[in-house]
Unconditional design. Structure first.
Length: 1088
């Protein structure tokens, strides 16, 4: 073997066969099946899938038969006492095989094993036993009740006097009263503005009114403007008395105004300002109703926001434009139950927990579960997920105690916001429904279930919000509250509440959990007492504090993606009535204290630390990375360092946005924008195990679908956002096809990646209803929507089709209507619904033909749009990429369209937004422009992925500009799929990798690329390296699969082929071989 070939093979072994960080095995070491999975999990605890699907890795090159045995334990299997025996089944299938035995019992564990036969008819040994355990399958299995904490403080005042002692330190401050969180802000409220003027001061009385219906606008009416003497820098007492419709205002004991208005009858009080530090509030009192009085002494802050100094509460403001602080009504409740366990052997113990909100469970003082957010969230009036925990080892004979701290999560979100979460039909105070089932070895059992016998009190988490952050006062922590022996006599009985109405469903989904920690790379003091910690890259998670200091001292942690020129953190802002991602911890004193937020996650690179005693070191604040704990399944490597950085940024951004569903940004909205997810779906599916998370999320799609068939653009959603005539964003009323198509794309990716036909079956009705609904807007014969909708998104410089007419929006929208319909037709065929396959296939052809009549230029052989006057425009990348990628181009014209795209890219650079970018590089690679695709992918000027990397960023942005609102948006991460499938060439040949296609599109100037994929069948890999003009191509095909290897001939003819490879054909630029399972190496190039 020559030195050059030894070099190339060593490169390939590193790139392809020995990649680290992925769990698949490269070669079999035994003939016994392994890798047993049940519903995508090695050992699922608490399934409610009554016909679970079984998968395994066979060691045979080709499996010809299998036999499955299921029993109640390993001993039963060993003695051939089975619940179900499939018998020998002649089949090559080793994935997604449904259990078809007797009905499964609630709470029971089942053990199973499999035996296979290979291509020579030889039987393997039995696999090591795997297991699964059922959850609670019937409503009657639940004896627990929904319980909540103490009744919240009554701050919904009608007739009262609101008195505040304040110092106006800025230009103005707003005092709200009778405020109600209706609409996107406190849409019903009186707002009294105390302002400095050129001539002195003024009191401006205003009223807010939310009209309701499909309007989101809040009408603000000025009731009166009262001139006042100049306000000095000292303290003033402002008193407002509301008695029916009579509103009287006094300043420093002097009545300055009385007016009559009955617009708003009741509500709470609060403060806001248009600039930071506009006022200091020294005292707040409410009298004449349920009393409220706070003086902000000893750093006590009875409000949801703002910082307390020795002088009082500093009113936040300026960022965002509205940051309303209100009296805290309900700290996170603690609930507990003491119980005694008999002194006899425990066979097993299970804790079943459903949360309305996010419950943090503990047993005998030990936290149970990965985090309070383990189940994510759902539309609670449709489904409520419950967790199952094995707590056998946590119990002890004698005294025990179970406890839960109840976070609000998405169930009890209070801040008004763009999406109306505070007005969701399920909205309420957090609650928990839990039962502990203890089964003893002697056959007896004990059950502890939530009911009125549980005790409750408010805890030290004074306020928690997925958006705003958390306030925690360690002085209020009741030591030992979740342990036996705690005196809870002064606690109240837990409240029995109705709880959410949705069905209880087992959470077969990865928990949102901490997965890694980061230490700061720099710590800088930017002003006295203010430190900014930089963690080097944007993550999703939260800061974990380690501190010691005086009792009552409060440390503030403001997390964000960016810092300003002054070095201070720039707070995330917009769409929510709060300063976002701000956590505050008040010390108990007396030693080292550790705390981290419990009921939400933040997206951040920087944390601004205020109030920290002394100088923070690297251990003072750890950044805890947290997201849905999905496993890595794929990896890409290349000789080009920039490509590696771009890929790492793409995958990190996708992961940062996995929180039980795919969010848009972990920093700002945290919503499940469907269009974002469909754009990056391929990259996600080829790099991580998305099966369980997406299956859960697609259940949310079905829950969100309206009676008409409409799917909102964010899932989950509320009835107030994303539907026809809802008060939310009116641009997304009706079908919005680039977003709606996620209803088809995600299931199709699951089918392609895992061979999952069940998800196609379960989504079929929702998909058909969506296409039928869309057809009511895109009517024959043109199949175009009349009216406005969203289209391509985030093109360079904003020059996309979002705000244009004249064909641009129609072209994108109609193309995605075709894709919806085409995927539905294909899915229907897969699951045997032939009539639907024919019906929707015919509709797809009609849409395509109408599209081509409208936009196809047969002479120029490309697509173009026309303006409102019918004047044809130049062909655009966007309009040509989409129909070519979707299969709409007239037969034989595909190359001409691709050449048009390539010519425009050569001339103008990348001019695509989210959706066309998803396909652009793939099209260039597939149609002979691999060099250009590589050039686009590795550019470092704007717009490009490399532009972000060049400027020091390690995540994808919301737009190509560095001024992008969000720096952690995953949809441009679609490039990672191109790297794996086109550069490295690793693709699924058949669904579930029943066959593997290896077809790299190798550009000039790149020395090597490789990819691995832990498929449902086992490890697949492909990689290549070029040295001295010779290409070495390696591939690994998992057992019970086959491969089709396309060896590029750009460097010369095939010099050596893998042993047992069969040449199928030689086509333009490739020699095509078939191979069986195993590892294969090819060489091509000029003879040496």
């Amino acid at each position: 073997m020559t030195g050059g070939r030894r070099y190339r093979l060593s490169v390939l072994l590193v790139l392809c066969f020995a990649l680290t960080g992925v769990t698949g095995q490269a070669a079999a070491t035994t003939d016994v099946p392994d890798g047993l999975r049940v519903e995508y999990s090695a050992a699922p605890l608490g399934l409610d899938e009554t016909t679970p699907r079984l998968s395994w890795h066979t060691q045979a090159i080709r499996q010809t038969a299998y036999r499955i045995r299921v029993g109640v334990d390993a001993t039963a299997l060993a003695n051939d006492r089975v619940v179900w025996d499939s018998g020998k089944v002649v089949s090559a299938v080793n994935v997604q095989i449904a259990y078809t035995g007797p009905a499964l019992d609630s709470g029971k564990r089942y053990v199973w094993q499999v035996q296979t036969w290979d291509e020579n008819g030889r039987a393997s040994g039995w696999s090591a036993p795997g297991w699964w355990e059922m959850g609670l399958l019937k409503p009657a299995d639940w004896t627990a009740q929904w319980i909540s904490g103490p009744k919240r403080a009554d701050h919904d005042w009608r007739d009262f006097t609101f008195t505040t002692d304040l110092t106006l330190t800025g230009k103005s401050v707003d005092l709200l009263f009778r405020a109600q969180p209706i609409g996107k802000t406190y849409g019903e409220a009186y707002v009294w503005t105390l302002a400095r003027t050129d001539k002195g001061a003024a009191l401006i009385a205003q009223v807010r009114h939310y009209p309701g219906g499909n309007s989101s606008a809040v009408k603000v009416t000025e009731l009166k403007r009262v001139a006042l003497p100049a306000l000095g820098d000292g303290r003033h007492v402002v008193s407002i008395t509301a008695a029916g419709g009579r509103l009287t205002t006094a300043i420093d004991g002097v009545t300055v105004d009385t007016l009559t208005d009955a617009s708003v009858a009741h509500g709470t009080i609060g403060f806001t300002a248009k600039e930071p530090k506009a006022a200091i509030i020294h005292r707040v009192r409410v009298t004449g109703a349920a009393p409220f009085d706070t003086r902000f002494v000893a750093n006590d802050n009875a409000f949801t926001g703002g910082d307390v100094t020795k002088d009082g509460l500093v009113v936040p403001g300026g960022v965002p434009k509205v940051d309303i602080v209100l009296p805290i009504e309900a700290p996170a409740p603690l609930v507990r139950r003491a119980f005694t366990v008999p002194a006899k052997p425990i066979a097993r113990a299970r804790l079943y927990v459903a949360g309305a909100g996010w419950p943090r469970l503990s047993l005998n003082g030990e936290v149970i579960g990965a985090s309070a957010m383990a189940s994510g969230y759902t539309a609670y009036d449709k489904r409520v997920l419950y967790q199952t925990y094995d707590v056998t080892a946590a119990l002890r004979p004698g005294a025990n105690a179970i406890g839960a701290e109840l976070g609000r999560g998405w169930y009890g979100l209070t801040e008004p916001n763009e999406w109306y979460w505070q007005q969701a039909p399920w909205h309420g105070d957090p609650a928990v429904r839990a039962q502990l089932q203890i089964d003893f070895a002697d056959g007896s059992s004990q059950r502890i279930a939530t009911d009125a016998s549980w005790r409750t009190a408010f805890g030290p988490t004074l306020a928690d919000s997925i958006y705003r952050g958390e306030r925690y006062d360690a002085r209020l922590h009741p030591n030992g509250w979740d342990k036996p022996g705690f005196a809870d006599r002064r606690w109240a009985s837990a409240r029995i509440v109705d709880g959410p109405t949705g069905a209880l469903v087992a959470a077969n989904v990865e928990p949102i959990a901490p997965v890694a920690d980061l230490k700061p790379v720099t710590i800088k003091q930017v002003r006295p007492g203010t430190w900014v910690l930089d963690y080097g890259r944007i993550i999703a998670g939260w800061p974990a504090l380690r501190v010691s200091g005086a009792r009552g001292q409060t440390v503030s942690m403001l997390s964000s993606e960016r810092i300003g020129e002054d070095g201070l953190v720039v707070p995330a802002a917009g769409l929510i009535d709060a300063q976002l991602q701000t956590d505050r911890y008040t010390l108990a004193g007396g030693g080292v204290e550790q705390w981290e937020p419990r009921f939400g996650y933040r997206g951040f690179r920087y944390v601004q630390l205020d109030g920290f005693p002394g100088t923070p070191g690297p251990d003072a604040l750890t950044a805890r990375i947290a997201h849905s704990a999905v496993a890595a399944t794929g990896e890409f490597r290349s000789s080009n360092a920039l490509l590696m950085q771009i890929d790492a940024a793409a995958i990190a951004t996708i992961r940062n946005n996995m929180h039980g569903f795919q969010t848009d940004t972990p920093t700002l909205e945290k919503n499940g924008w469907t269009g974002d997810a469909q754009a990056s779906a391929g990259a996600a599916a080829r790099s991580m195990d998305v099966a369980r998370m997406w299956t859960k999320w697609l259940g949310d799609f079905r829950d969100a679908q309206s009676a008409k068939g409409e799917i909102p653009e964010i899932v989950p959603s509320t009835p107030h956002y994303g539907y026809e005539n809802s008060p939310g964003w009116n641009m997304i009323w009706g079908p919005t096809t680039p977003w709606d198509v996620a209803t088809m794309v995600l299931p199709w990716e699951l089918y392609t990646t895992y061979g999952d036909t069940r998800i196609l079956e379960r989504m079929h009705e929702a998909q058909a209803r969506l296409v039928d609904y869309t057809g009511g807007w895109f009517k024959a014969p043109d199949y175009r929507r009349e009216g406005f909708e969203l289209s391509e998104w985030s093109s360079p410089g904003g020059a996309d089709f979002v705000n244009q007419r004249g064909g641009g929006i129609d072209a994108v929208a109609s193309a995605y209507y075709f894709l919806e319909t085409d995927l539905l037709a294909k899915s229907s065929a897969v699951i045997g619904k032939q009539a639907d396959a024919e019906r929707y296939g015919a509709l797809a052809r009609n849409i395509r033909d109408a599209y081509n009549r409208r936009y196809w230029d047969g002479t120029a052989r490309h697509y173009r749009t026309t303006d409102a006057k019918g004047v044809a425009g130049a062909p655009t990348q966007i309009q040509n990429v989409l129909p070519l990628a979707m299969g709409m181009v007239p037969d034989g014209a595909e190359q001409a369209v691709a050449d048009t795209i390539a010519a425009d890219v050569e001339k103008n650079g990348l001019r695509t937004g989210v959706y066309a970018t998803r396909y652009l590089l793939e099209i260039l690679s597939d149609y002979g422009h691999a060099d250009l695709a590589y050039k686009v992918a590795t550019r470092t000027d704007e717009p490009s992925w490399g532009w972000w990397i060049k400027n020091g960023h390690g995540t994808m942005f919301e737009s190509w500009s560095l001024e992008s609102r969000s720096r952690d948006h995953h949809y441009f991460g679609s490039i990672a799929d191109w790297m794996r499938q086109r550069l490295a060439g690793l693709r699924p040949g058949q669904p579930g990798y029943a066959s593997v296609l290896v077809r790299p599109e190798i550009p000039a100037g790149l020395a090597s690329a490789s990819a691995t994929m832990d498929t449902i069948r086992g490890r697949a890999a492909a990689g290549w390296a070029v040295e001295h003009g010779v290409l070495t191509l390696a591939a690994e095909i998992p057992a019970n699969s086959s491969g089709e290897i396309w060896v590029p001939l750009r460097f010369g003819p095939v010099r050596s082929a893998a042993k047992d490879a069969t040449l199928l054909r030689t086509t333009t630029g490739f020699a095509v071989y078939s191979v069986a399972a195993g590892r294969h190496v090819f060489e091509a190039g000029a003879s040496q």
